[in-house]
Design a protein around this ligand. Sequence first.
Ligand code: AMP
Length: 431
Amino acid sequence: MAIQRPKGTQDLLPEGSPKLSLDTQASAFTHIQDVARRVLERAGAQFIATPIFEDAELVKRGVGGSTDIVRKEMFTVTYFGDHGGFILRPEGTAGIVRAYLQAGLKQLPAPLKLWTHGPMFRAENVQKGRLRQFHQVDYEVLGAEGALVDAEAIALMVGVVRELGLKGVRVKLGSIGDPEDREAYNAYLRGLFTPHLERLSDDSKDRLERNPMRILDSKSAQDQDLIRELDVRPMLDSLGEAAAAHFAQVRAYLDDWGVAYDVDPSIVRGLDYYRRTAWELHHEGVGAKSALGGGGRYDGLAEQLGGPMVPGIGWAFGIERLLIALAAEGVALPAGDGPLLYLAAMEDAQVAFAAKVAQEARAAARVEFAYRPQKPGNAFRDAERRRARYAAVIGSDEQERGVLKLKHLGTGAQQDVALADLKTFLEQENA
Ligand code: AMP
């Protein structure tokens, strides 16, 4: 058997591929990127791209040494037989904050809004919507702390999925408070769980010492049973005054703009550098346990990476999960367009001429040509398969007179267009 792609990866395929589905359709994928670009750049975000491999230490500090991502799911990079201490990035935020610090982006006007998209890597158990290479669209705002930035970030995330045509999306909004609120909350959790230590999963026994809040995030059924039984008070009811005021302010903005959300006290982000606002975007088509995306404020991250204090907030959603949600709602995405014009030549003598006309016309539109002479019947059939709007077959007569006989493949109507007017004609058709 020919070599297969690695488990947990996908090929994105061109239009017309056999067995094409929405989640592997390259044009659907790029459509999501295009919509995200449009929505985010209109809001002032600038594109940034960072390497797909980074120092492992960046990810350990940026994502957290106690997370599954760092403990179990890192793809390490080996070269020349040496382990270089690099890993394939599992998410985008740490790399962007590293670049912000390294490139001195603090000098740019704040808040600095950045966005990117690209592949992320986690060695997870593969299932629907859970891949080892997946793709995220990522938005980050650096250098501003106000609740207005948080509310705008949430509204933009909702804006992208709305513009894609998705309807059944819910924002689950929470707050994880300030570090001192969390310290108090962690002390409360330690007091609550310690008498039941033996009932916690091994991972959570570990968490109880290092970071009890992460127990609430545990995927273990054993832990979740205990959490329910102990009727744990949520972090959201333990916010300090400043964090509570910030949360109320974020909600007031969203209410004012008509951005719907559900307050969800179960949203947890246990790492030290997270502050205040945290949320997830859910869709029933993707399943209750898997989010379309998530976001949060991370004012402590830059310091964690060895830089100064830089307030930040950001979100990411998975493109593959979005495609699952779009498919579940039956949203029709624009298929990749065909050429505006397909040109063929009757005989060998006109092939190079047709190719030249096509190349010049490409200044105005997408134009394809046949590499061998074609009879009109074959040329029109090929043009249709490529989903062209117009087709023309150039014979010696057309070449001499400098005129194309364009056939509209939808209506069958024919019209003569002088070569001198072709560019203008195509520009008008493209408008
Ligand atoms: P996270 O960085 O874990 O908050 O993930 C943000 C988003 O990325 C999730 O809501 C998913 O949409 C997507 N995502 C995370 N992990 C995977 C994965 N293994 N496969 C596909 N999408 C993923």
